[in-house]
Design a protein around this ligand. Structure first.
Ligand SMILES: Nc1ncnc2c1ncn2[C@@H]1O[C@H](COP(=O)(O)OP(=O)(O)O)[C@@H](O)[C@H]1O
Ligand SMILES: [Mg+2]
Length: 445
């Protein structure tokens, strides 16, 4: 302010002095007036210029300038710059938040007070079939027509979620529609946030668990019923020694069946609950095969008087790394299946070879009945059997291949099944090269 008054006074005095000097002392006052007017005009022009710039293009604000207008313009410029920075930061934060919500595996939809879509993330867009560009400000109830969902959305009672089939088949899984859990959370008055969660796998796992429990109960109840029947017969009927012995043998068979089932169940649960096998323990393939051979011969002679023509070939003397008990169990399982499902007199060929790329293949080929193509993908499911009665007769539990698959996965191996009805089957385990090595001399000792 003092600067302004000073410039004003200087302008008036200077003009007064010039007028007095040029035209005599009479014109001192008019000169002073003229100076004051000129100062005011210049001041008004600068104010007008600043206003003009502010109205049109704030970026053109002069950064420097003398006097109060210069300073005013500088201050405004600084203020605007700070505001701009703050806005940019807020915008960046918002974009980060949106990116985080986009990355969420759960769907998020924001609805305005009228129930129209204000924003949604990609997951929700895929699940509900929302086209982010086209469907903004559409009523969600027009896109998701499930009556359960529409009633829920209109109820304004969101204490629990609802389960619906996803309207969009963006990510269909083998004949299963995507199942969604949807819950609404009101916020900011009557706006709503909708959260969705894909629970397809959860529901499938739950269904599998129920099936599994039902299957186990059924598998155990069958031999139990038979046993109970025999016990009752023994208690009530006067039997001679020969008959008693026959009944007891049948009872022993049933109890063995239950024991095998329980053992297989325990093996499965152990496989599921334990850490992956180490890669540092090596077992010689010959030793594993020798054990398989003993078991297979015993099983074959027990099952049929004709026996089987069994052959074992080890192409390369190798060692396998992993849990020996598991490897043994997987190999024995495949071989015992071949023996059990191939009628007496049939051929079973077991081979071990190292493939060109270093992977090791254990294969069991049989001349049995073969398996129709539609069954093959399901063979490793628990309790899945093609020939139920043959499986039961020969002491099968329906869990063998499920166990083999588990062990294969734990060792990074692949289970390959090739089969032609009427010609026989070939089951092979292909182990990764990292788990196969040439047998060391020490191992021979
Ligand atoms: N070598 C094979 N030849 C024919 N069918 C087989 C063979 N191996 C397995 N299967 C079929 O696969 C089903 C599942 O096998 P698995 O899981 O070992 O159960 P199981 O206890 O019945 O042997 C068997 O019930 C059988 O029908
Ligand atoms: Mg089996």
């Amino acid at each position: 302010m003092p600067f302004r008054i000073a410039t004003f006074l200087i302008a008036s005095c200077a003009c007064a002095a010039v007028a007095a000097g040029l035209f005599g002392p009479k014109l001192v006052w008019p000169g002073a007036w003229m100076g004051a007017l000129a100062w005011l005009a210049l001041d008004a022009w600068r104010a007008q210029r600043l206003l003009h710039v502010l109205r049109n293009d704030t970026a053109a604000l002069p950064s420097r300038g003398s006097g109060v207008w210069g300073e005013l313009s500088e201050r405004i410029r600084k203020l605007l710059r700070t505001r701009e920075q703050q806005t940019r930061q807020a915008e960046d934060r918002l974009q980060e938040f949106l990116a985080a919500i986009q990355a969420s595996p759960n769907g998020v939809v924001l609805l305005d007070a009228q129930g129209r879509i204000e924003w949604c993330n990609q997951t929700a867009a895929a699940q509900f079939g929302i086209d982010v560009e086209r469907d903004l400000l559409q009523h969600l109830a027009n896109l998701v027509r499930d009556p359960i969902f529409i009633t829920y959305l209109a109820s304004w009672n969101y204490s629990r979620d609802v389960l619906i089939d996803a309207p969009a088949q963006g990510m269909p899984r083998r004949n299963h529609p995507t199942r969604l859990s949807v819950q609404v959370h009101p916020y900011a008055g009557n706006r709503r946030m909708l959260l969705t969660r894909d629970i397809t796998s959860l529901e499938q796992a739950e269904a599998m668990r129920r099936d599994f429990v039902a299957n186990v109960s059924h598998e155990i109840r069958t031999p139990l019923t038979v046993l109970a029947g025999f016990v009752e017969t023994l208690q009530t009927l006067p039997l001679d020694a020969e008959e008693r012995a026959r009944y007891l043998a049948l009872m022993a068979q049933q109890s063995t069946r239950m024991e095998t089932l329980v053992n297989d169940l325990l093996t499965l649960s152990r496989l599921e609950g334990s850490a992956a096998p180490t890669a540092s323990q090596w077992t010689r393939v010959r030793a594993l095969l020798a054990h398989c051979e003993d078991e297979a011969k015993g099983l074959s002679s027990r099952l049929t008087p004709l026996g089987h023509r069994l052959s074992f070939t080890v192409d390369a003397d190798s060692e396998l790394s992993g849990a020996p008990v598991e490897l043994q169990s997987a190999m024995s399982n495949l071989l015992s299946n071949a023996v059990r499902y191939t009628p007496g007199g049939g051929v079973v060929v077991v081979t071990w070879r190292v493939l060109q790329d270093g992977r090791g293949e254990y294969a069991v080929r049989d001349s049995g009945p073969g398996i129709a193509a539609e069954h093959i993908p399901r063979l490793t499911e628990r309790f899945y059997r093609v020939d139920r009665s043959r499986s039961r007769e020969t002491g099968g539990t329906g869990l063998g291949l499920a166990i083999v698959k588990h062990i294969a996965q734990r060792h990074g191996a692949e289970l390959r099944i090739d089969s032609t009805v009427g010609q026989g089957s070939r089951f092979a385990l292909v182990f990764p090269a990292s788990r196969v090595r040439e047998a060391r001399l020490l191992a021979k000792a």
